[in-house]
Unconditional design. Structure first.
Length: 308
């Protein structure tokens, strides 16, 4: 994945209507100059953290996933959809939150990220990335715009963490969460070993006040896109009216001087952030430690087994 692109697409979207969403996807991809070759192997990676709580609000909306899948099918691509949820399996979460039903009748394959391929990051840390990620030509990142109790916000960069398979994710939280900026650094390092593609962020109804699971709905009425997830995150923080420095992931991107980490880097072929900006989006009141207590790690492992 390369970070040089600094164009960010922002477009208003008032409801989860598939044809409306598909038109917005077309507008975003066109404005960003994103093209798909017929026969491309496309992997959609929504946020499938869990569907056990909050009526699916924590996950990328089913109609967003279906609209993006239809758009790529129209381009002649083959499409798979998968993730590595915090609890349960991708197939189970997709069935529970309505994605399976939304994709019914489309020639789309839904998969679990359950086979890992060891990948060494720039820091020397080895992580298990889903083999399916390495097998695609284009990785399409579909985050839900959310507040996050440990990382302030869950946006484009954070959503790529789902490429890491299964129990390895909470283990990385536990092992590196409280060591300086090691965890945030790992999230940013991960981008360099993933395939290129595009991020299309679901902000039609965002989640605020808490997160990534237990927050409340916030009508952001926005679909956003970018080829560079760092640039997209910078723009979205501005749209939400929040201080950039409050996000540890953004601070790590700025520390590395990555393209897209300041608003001055960015260009906006559609709406500008101030044109779609909102007031009232509430970040977490108190930030929780990134690292998990060993007992929580064990409890999470038990829940993962029970929800399969």
């Amino acid at each position: 994945m390369e970070f040089s692109a600094c164009e960010v697409g922002l477009v208003a979207c008032s409801r989860y209507d598939r044809q409306l969403l598909k038109g917005r996807v077309e507008a975003l991809c066109g404005a960003l100059g994103f093209r798909v070759s017929p026969g491309s192997r496309v992997l959609l990676k929504p946020n499938l953290v869990t569907a056990v709580r909050n009526k699916g609000l924590a996950c990328t909306h089913p109609e967003v996933v279906a609209a993006v899948a239809e758009w790529f099918l129209d381009q002649g691509a083959t499409v798979r959809v998968g993730d590595s949820p915090a609890f349960g399996t991708a197939l189970g979460v997709m069935a529970s939150c309505g994605i399976s039903a939304a994709l019914q009748g489309l020639p789309v394959t839904m998969i679990n990220f359950d086979v890992a391929q060891p990948v060494r990051l720039a820091s020397g840390l080895s992580v298990g990335v889903a083999r399916a990620v390495g097998e695609c030509d284009l990785l399409v990142n579909l985050p839900k715009i959310k507040a996050h109790g440990q990382l302030y916000l869950s946006l484009a960069v954070k959503n790529y963490f789902g490429a890491v398979v299964g129990f390895r994710k909470p283990w990385l939280h536990a092992r590196y969460g409280d060591i300086d900026n090691r965890f945030e650094g790992m999230l940013v390092d991960l981008l360099a070993v993933l395939p290129g593609g595009i991020t299309l962020a679901d902000g039609v109804v965002a989640m605020h006040a808490d997160g990534p699971v237990a927050g409340t709905p916030f009508p952001l009425h926005l679909l956003a896109g970018g080829l560079n997830p760092v640039a997209l995150d910078t723009a979205l923080i501005a749209v939400l009216g929040l201080p950039q420095e409050a996000s540890p992931v953004w601070r790590e991107c700025l520390r590395r001087n990555l393209a897209g980490s300041t608003l001055m880097d960015l260009s906006f072929p559609l709406a500008r952030p101030e044109e779609v900006a909102v007031q009232g989006f509430q970040p977490p009141v108190r930030m929780k430690p990134v690292s998990f207590h060993p007992w929580r790690l064990l409890l999470g492992a038990m829940k993962r087994v029970m929800t399969r």
